[in-house]
Design a protein around this ligand. Structure first.
Ligand code: BEZ
Ligand code: FE2
Length: 410
């Protein structure tokens, strides 16, 4: 048994309780939360005690639900500003970036996420090159084996390769490593291949993620087989028409409670389907800005029963995996939303909503949840706790300590 005491406990429970001078008793899971450190100590006299430094915030570790580790090598290589120029640059530099990033490079990114207080993440893996590093990670990892391929003649080959990766990830399954599947997108995966992959997801109860309506180009291609993707598909794949329409694509995900990444250009009809499917939307504001998307209409998403997540996306479309930087970007971008309410919503998005979407028993400090914590020391105290979410987002970077399944990692 252990007890940890902190000046502020940000529970992220349903009441968004912030407990001052509270303490948490835990083993692998959280056993009890108390506003009285003394009472908890008396109740569990054998417990090992940790007292966090003054002005520390104890909170659930972050859950970064969407990252592409295989592109971790990118810093200044890729073209930003618009989606198609970025995609062309990914294709051109793919080998250089992928070959330039081996286990060491994935593990550096994984380690840095830990330093940022990220205790779980969802890794979108295109090739499986990052699989062993993810299986060895100290964090919990939901490992999304991704399928891509719009060429109908090559479906069998893509599917065989996908199944081999799924089988390898099954062999690595553990208390902290969970195989899952990702469909790259509606424009890049043939609907027949989507069906095959989702059948496997249903049979194995895998979590499912897909990019959806990330760019204006995607909207125009899927609606009318027009726009900037027209030339792209003609040149690279000799394809003249989109093989999916967005409504039938979404329909394929029924009953999977899927994770739709971006949804910046999703329309009302599509959002109604997403809501009905009890699906989740992942918001990646930095990635959206760098790849030339408009800002997500978060006010509209919030008016529906669609839980939203915040994630960093890969270093192919971000300069950092720091969740605080991502939340600050959202705070600046979503300027029509109340600053304090948005700060609370972002912290929920980065913890509880992300854990729920990934099917993990963490993301809040509540009895029975896994003891996955991050501790951040504020520069000074915050008198009015209404200001704590905002001040935490503005002033935190690296965690002072991190715990996963009750074990202190650093
Ligand atoms: C494909 O592999 O078919 C594809 C990849 C990226 C964008 C579009 C299509
Ligand atoms: Fe992505």
């Amino acid at each position: 048994m252990n007890i940890i005491k902190s000046d502020y406990i940000l529970t992220i429970d349903d009441e968004f309780r912030i407990i001052k001078n509270g303490a948490v008793a835990y083993e692998k899971k959280i056993i009890e939360i108390s506003s009285s450190f003394q009472e908890l100590k008396q109740k569990y006299p054998q417990a090992e005690i940790t007292e966090c430094e003054k002005d520390s915030v104890l909170m659930p570790g972050f859950v970064n639900a969407h990252i592409h580790l295989e592109f971790s090598k990118n810093r200044t290589t890729l073209e930003y500003g618009d989606f198609l120029p970025w995609l062309y640059s990914v294709i051109e530099k793919r080998e250089e970036l992928i070959d330039g990033c081996s286990s060491e490079c994935y593990e550096e990114t994984i380690e840095e996420m830990l330093e940022f207080g990220i205790t779980s993440f969802g890794a979108i893996s295109s090739y499986g090159f990052d699989m062993n590093s993810c299986a060895k990670a100290k964090q919990k990892v939901v490992f999304f084996n991704e399928v891509i391929g719009s060429n109908p003649a090559a479906i069998d080959g893509f599917f065989t390769d996908f199944k081999a990766r799924v089988n390898s990830s099954e062999e690595l399954k553990s208390e902290t490593f969970f195989p899952a599947v990702a469909i790259h997108s509606a424009y890049s995966v043939h609907p027949v291949l989507v069906r095959h992959v989702l059948k496997i997801a249903r049979e194995n109860r895998y979590r499912v993620s897909t990019h959806f309506m990330e760019s204006k180009a995607e909207r125009e291609w899927l609606d009318r087989s027009q726009g900037e993707f027209k030339q792209f598909f003609k040149d690279f794949l000799k394809i003249e028409k989109a093989s999916s329409d967005p409504i039938s694509f979404l329909g394929l995900f029924e009953s999977l409670e899927p994770i739709f990444v971006h949804a910046v250009y999703a329309n009302e009809e599509e959002l109604a389907i997403i809501e009905k499917q009890k699906a989740h939307i992942v918001h990646c504001p930095v990635s959206n800005r760098l790849l030339g998307s408009r800002p997500l209409n978060l006010e509209n998403i919030k008016s529906k029963e669609i839980p939203f997540l915040i994630a960093t996306d890969g270093l192919s479309s971000n300069f950092s995996t720091n969740m605080f930087k991502e939340m600050r970007a959202a705070l600046m971008q979503q300027s029509c939303l109340d600053l304090h309410l948005l700060s609370r919503d972002l912290l929920i998005a980065a913890t509880k909503n992300s854990a729920n979407a990934l099917g993990l028993n963490c993301g809040s400090i509540e009895e029975g949840k896994d003891a996955d914590f991050a501790v951040f020391k504020l520069p000074n105290s915050v008198e009015n706790e209404k200001n704590l979410p905002l001040q935490l987002i503005l002033h935190s970077n690296r965690a002072d300590s991190v715990y996963i399944l009750g074990e202190k990692i650093f």
